[in-house]
Design a protein. Structure first.
Length: 152
């Protein structure tokens, strides 16, 4: 009686399937060892800001969104009037450079917000941590043209 000693043969492409599987396993191992970093980040100007504590701007507020819009509250006095007024503003920001932005403030006048005609633009430099803005008012609307903000 003869024993069948015939070896099983592997079909064509066997070697490429093994190499393909090995490559896939190596890729999965490599990817699982990687740390993924989200390269997309909102610009540092986006968020809520308040006047810097211990500054004349302590009560000012602004909120800026990613679309370039926002709103703000700006307290002010009118010449020869000691009353402090609350101005409500729409704000729009524009990117100028890596750490510099322009912020346009447009009044939303009402009886409680008599800021009509007091629109202005701030040129702001943001610090490297993205949590402080130093701004200069560029339209000559306010007596003092320096404004300081911190991340709220």
């Amino acid at each position: 009686m003869k024993t069948n000693t015939r070896r099983a043969t592997r079909g064509p492409g066997h070697r490429s399937r093994i190499l393909g599987t090995a490559t896939l396993v190596a890729a999965v191992v490599w990817l699982s060892s990687c740390t993924f970093i989200n390269e997309y980040q909102d610009p540092p100007i986006v968020g809520d800001w308040k006047g810097k504590p211990q500054s004349k701007d302590v009560n000012q507020r602004m909120s800026i969104d990613l679309e370039g819009d926002g709103d703000g509250i700006f307290f002010f006095r009118v010449v020869n009037d000691d009353t402090v007024y609350e101005g409500r503003y729409d704000v729009e920001w524009e990117y100028r450079s890596e750490d510099e932005y322009d912020i346009d403030w447009e009044c939303n006048p009402s009886a409680s917000s008599p800021c009509s005609g007091l629109d202005f633009t701030l040129r702001c430099d943001i610090n490297s941590d993205g949590d402080e803005l130093d701004c200069t008012e560029r339209s000559g609307t306010w007596e003092s043209s320096e404004f300081e903000w911190v991340d709220d």
